[in-house]
Write a protein that binds this ligand. Structure first.
Ligand code: SF4
Ligand code: F3S
Ligand code: FES
Length: 252
């Protein structure tokens, strides 16, 4: 079954832009990216859109569909109402390069600020041994495809450009949480305190647990419940646990 759907697509660049309306054919089983490709093939060969795998695995095709951060290749047309216009916009949190393509380099800068895993001394890769529960925790976080939809939706970044220098966003706080919970990470032995870094360098305190990041994650990672809240609890222990404070005082 085919039908015509009206699309309102944002066209422009860093200097500015506006919406343009297009009627495009939609066929059964298609996703939004299929229709965007048909639009490029038939009406707007210069429409810029980033994509790669068309399988929800490369994280390239992030945009906003009717105002919601989504992967274009994983959003079925059948989930959108046929009778109303579908609005497609670039991710709002990042600067536009052209049309639906944004400059996500903010995220790569934040990634570089997270200090890497420090291998335990005296163990070669292949000799690491961990409890299954620790393996599974890391594996959940490792499902991340770096689509940055969580970064796009988090109001701390989305509505407050001025927070960007101080807040790394859910994706990278999740990375810090993963490393802090990793039983073999030896960063502490090199003087790196990941809990203190989460709070002081990555802005964990800005997160007020709205869980919007978790809602939009295409990999269904429980970012808030499994990474951000446990990390907050660990930071609270570090800062306010009376026993830890007493030990620190005794050392000083
Ligand atoms: Fe995308 Fe989820 Fe990774 Fe965020 S945590 S970048 S939403 S896959
Ligand atoms: Fe933002 Fe997620 Fe926290 S949306 S406020 S990082 S729970
Ligand atoms: Fe790869 Fe959509 S094209 S996730």
């Amino acid at each position: 079954m085919s039908y015509e759907q009206n699309f309102r697509v944002w066209r422009g660049d860093a200097e500015g832009g506006d919406f343009e309306n297009y009627d495009v054919e939609v066929n059964e089983g298609e996703v939004v990216l299929d229709v965007i490709h048909r639009l490029q093939a038939t009406q707007t060969p210069d429409l810029a859109v980033r994509w790669n795998c068309k399988a929800g695995k490369c994280g390239s095709c992030s945009a906003e569909i009717n105002g919601r951060p989504r992967l274009l290749c994983m959003t079925r047309m059948s989930t959108l109402p046929q009778e109303s216009t579908v609005t497609i916009t670039p991710m709002r949190t990042f600067p536009v390069i052209r049309d639906l393509v944004t400059d996500v380099s903010f995220n790569y800068e934040k990634a570089r600020e997270v200090r890497a895993f420090v291998p335990p001394e005296g163990l070669k890769p292949g000799e690491y041994r961990m409890q299954q529960v620790d393996v599974e925790r890391s594996q959940e976080f490792r499902k991340c495809i770096e689509c940055f939809l969580c970064q796009d939706t988090c109001h701390v970044l989305r509505d407050h450009e001025e927070n960007k220098p101080a807040f790394s966003g859910p994706r990278f706080l999740m990375r810090v949480a993963e490393l802090d919970m990793h039983p073999l990470d030896a960063a502490a032995e090199q003087g790196v305190n990941r809990k203190a870094a989460a709070q002081d360098e990555h802005g964990l305190g800005f997160c007020n647990i709205t869980k919007c990041c978790t809602e939009v994650c295409p990999e269904h990672i429980k970012i808030t419940d499994n990474a951000l809240i446990p990390l907050k609890e660990r930071v609270v222990d570090l800062k306010f646990d009376p026993m830890i404070r007493r030990k620190k005082k005794a050392k000083a």
